[in-house]
Design a protein. Structure first.
Length: 235
């Protein structure tokens, strides 16, 4: 009995001498362990992968790798994160480029008109210029620039516009419509469309009434020809 009393007294003394921090550390739940926290986040990361929810997965993957770099969970995430992020960025860019185009089909003066339109990324804001691809059942096919503000373009007769298709220089022949719209119509629309189909970045040098010499920039890589209604076949 005396030995038991001495043992209990010793335990009481050790407990009394322990600091509050030591007691809290002893009572801390296992969930506060970084490896356990990372493991739980890894489960969520893997669920996001299964759901193909790539954006949040990339964000969570970086959180695991950055916050818990030396854990098994971080090592597991590193196996897939680089490829996942590359694919996510590529898909996001593809979506962004596709959204720059607007496709419309509607009745227009004795026929049906189908257009594919993209606005310049430079100049932007209120100074944008539209590149319009048009097919009309009565007028046929045409391609032209349309100034959204100002008095249009400076052009006498046929104009030779310097252009680049993904950096490759070419010349576009154009003219102002006799009806007075602030536009420039391209002479050889078929050749232009052939070049456009494989171009991601188009630049065209023009002279506008309001701004003078201007380089127009169009990010055309998202063009989808399937969304631009074809002309009816000739009988």
């Amino acid at each position: 009995m005396r030995r038991i009393a001495i043992l209990l007294a010793s335990l009481a003394l050790v407990s009394a001498c322990s600091s509050p921090q030591d007691q809290q550390a002893a009572q801390a739940p296992a969930a506060d362990n970084p490896a356990n926290e990372a493991a739980k986040k890894l489960e969520t990361y893997q669920q996001l992968l299964k759901l193909h929810n790539d954006g949040p997965a990339v964000q969570l993957g970086h959180e695991i790798v950055d916050k818990y770099p030396d854990t098994p969970a971080a090592a597991e995430v590193k196996k897939t994160l680089d490829e996942l992020e590359a694919n996510y960025k590529a898909a996001s860019e593809k979506t962004r480029l596709a959204a720059l185009w607007l496709y419309q089909t509607s009745p227009m003066q004795g026929g049906t008109q189908s257009t594919a339109t993209i606005q310049s990324t430079r100049p932007n804001g209120e100074q944008t210029v539209r590149l319009i691809l048009r097919r009309h059942t009565a007028w046929g096919q045409s391609v032209f620039l349309y100034a959204t503000t100002g008095k249009g373009f400076v052009c006498q007769g046929d104009c030779s516009l310097k252009a680049t298709f993904d950096g490759k220089p070419k010349t576009i022949k154009a003219f102002r419509p006799p009806t007075g719209e602030p536009a420039l119509l391209f002479r050889n629309d078929a050749a232009f469309l052939k070049d456009l189909a494989k171009t991601k970045r188009l630049t065209i040098d023009v002279v506008t009434v309001s701004r003078g010499e201007t380089t127009l920039v169009f990010e055309t890589g998202g063009f989808d020809p399937e969304k631009w209604a074809p002309l009816p076949k000739k009988k």
